[in-house]
Design a protein around this ligand. Structure first.
Ligand SMILES: [Zn+2]
Length: 509
């Protein structure tokens, strides 16, 4: 499944605040998929960005006493600046309020849906949650408050544009049950199917210019209305490819691409798996092929929230613990389904055990033995029975396929458990073969022992190289250090050095 062209996107977050660790999870997952497919020879385009046109941003700017433009620019910069601390291999980053490709693309989408007869004006009165940026039904509220945000929605009465979502219920249900539009994990797919079975109502897709505070994209040919922020934001998945300007990138990655993959958190599944595909069906455009849904992080048992003081700044975390340690925790410890609880202690414990203890220890041991027993020259791999070398080579051959399968299921933990089986098998191989005893026998003239030692050392170095290759998409920095340690210079491996010196960790949290 990795050949071909993969277009991979993250959601574009509101910029009403600075980025938190929950969004870093999605960025790191998307980056890992992108790197993995590139590593397997596919062509990949990885895109993220920011949703600048939300009313939330306007209200947050007002609360901060800053004009909307500077407020949005400042926070959007903080999201764009995650690229280095999280080692993101982004090909593009779109900002919906300032990217010249975006507005023309949203306008074209709108006009295509209008041409299909799917947009109409209607008087409407409803309860609107600004946090969700959507109308809620009374049944969705808990004691009159939004279940997600705990705030009271506002009563809004105005004439808006509506989108005939109801028309697409049958087709969407079929496409999703057939797997043509694949939603992973299955629990999320079933949720979406149940939502569709419960009946889809047409949705409001504009708001008055006044209620939007004049911020956002005007409805084509109706400047008194502003395009609903979700319509605008979802459009980024094609506007960033130049859909509105006949850019060949749109054909290459969307119309003719093999995989169109969206990552999204569980709270916004209905927008990605229902509204967006319906918009595309209405506009006559291809749908995404995969929607990969992650759950949430909690911090010390509490939901991440600005007001609760539980935000964790991913850039600051990477500055203290290192990029690889942050990525490793997110990918190795966060389950595919179910929320994961973050604490700095969990992150450091995981990094100490796996980096210094697991990987660092193994590679150091192997390189040291190659120097001690073979003067730094890596022996050729040879099949010598009863050395454990062939068992190790067998595990190494299986792991890439297991990683492919796990990542196809959007299961990063399972992928890393597969990679980790190389570490475990390599350590077993050392313990069973006891290379130091083979070396002693060799010194006493035992030729068979010499050949077995060659086979074991050759297999161990090969295994460490496979490790470096398979780890690259997950922890690019650590993998590069391992690869460098295993790259001969003038025929010999560089002297063994600590790959994971413990970072000096300040005691501030
Ligand atoms: Zn809400």
């Amino acid at each position: 499944m990795t050949a071909g062209r993969h277009y991979i996107t993250t959601t574009i977050p509101y910029v009403n605040a600075r980025p938190h660790l929950g969004f870093a999870l999605e960025l790191v997952q998307a980056d890992t998929l992108a790197r993995h497919h590139r590593h397997r020879g596919a062509q990949v385009r990885l895109v993220s960005g920011t949703d600048d046109n939300s009313l939330k941003n306007v209200l947050a700017a007002e609360a901060a006493g800053v004009d909307v433009r500077s407020f949005v620019d400042r926070n959007a910069d903080a999201f764009a600046a995650l690229r280095a601390p999280l080692a993101l291999s982004l090909d593009d980053f779109i900002r919906t309020s300032s990217d010249p490709r975006h507005r023309v693309g949203v306008e074209r989408l709108w006009r295509r849906c209008a041409a299909s007869g799917d947009l109409y004006r209607k008087e409407y009165e409803g309860l609107y949650c600004v946090g969700c940026e959507q109308f809620c039904t009374p049944e969705e509220l808990v004691d009159g408050r939004c279940a997600e945000h705990g705030t009271e929605p506002r009563l809004v009465a105005e004439e808006n544009w509506f989108f005939r979502l109801s028309r697409y219920a049958g087709r969407l249900h079929r496409l999703i049950s057939d797997g043509e539009l694949r939603i992973e994990p299955a629990v999320r797919r079933n949720e979406v199917l149940a939502l569709i079975e419960g009946g889809l109502h047409d949705i409001s897709v504009s708001r008055s210019h006044g209620r939007a505070r004049g911020w956002g994209i005007p409805v084509p040919d109706d400047p008194d209305q502003v395009v609903y922020v979700w319509w605008d934001a979802l459009g980024n998945y094609v506007t960033s490819l130049g859909y509105g300007t006949d850019d060949p990138a749109y054909d290459r990655w969307w119309a003719d691409g093999e995989r169109r993959v969206h990552l999204a958190g569980k709270g916004v599944v209905r927008f990605h798996a229902v509204y967006w595909p319906a918009m595309l069906l209405s506009a006559g455009l291809p749908l995404p092929t995969d929607i990969l849904v992650h759950d949430y992080l909690t911090v010390d048992g509490r939901k991440i929230s600005k007001s609760g003081g539980t935000t964790v700044d991913p850039a600051a975390l990477a500055a203290v613990h290192g990029t690889d340690a942050v990525r490793w925790w997110l990918l190795r410890d966060v389950p595919r389904v179910g929320d994961a609880d973050f604490t700095p202690d969990r992150l450091t414990a995981r990094a100490d055990a796996d980096f210094a203890g697991g990987l660092g220890n193994l590679v150091h041991r192997v390189v040291t033995m190659v120097h001690r027993f073979r003067g730094g020259t890596v022996p050729a791999c040879a099949a010598v029975p009863s050395t454990g070398a062939s068992g190790l080579a067998g595990v190494c051959r299986e792991v890439p396929g297991l990683v492919d399968a796990a990542l196809a299921d959007f299961d990063f933990r399972r992928a890393l458990r597969a990679v980790w089986s190389i570490v475990e098998e390599a350590n077993r191989c050392v313990d069973a073969a006891r290379p130091w005893e083979l070396a002693r026998a060799e010194r006493q003239g035992d030729g068979a022992a010499a050949r077995r030692l060659d086979a074991v050392l050759g297999a161990l170095v090969a295994a460490c190289r496979v490790l470096a290759g398979e780890l690259g998409p997950f922890v690019p920095g650590a993998a590069a250090r391992i690869a460098e340690q295993l790259t001969p210079v003038e025929g010999r491996l560089p002297a063994a050095r600590p790959l994971f010196p413990r970072p000096a960790r300040p005691t501030v949290e």
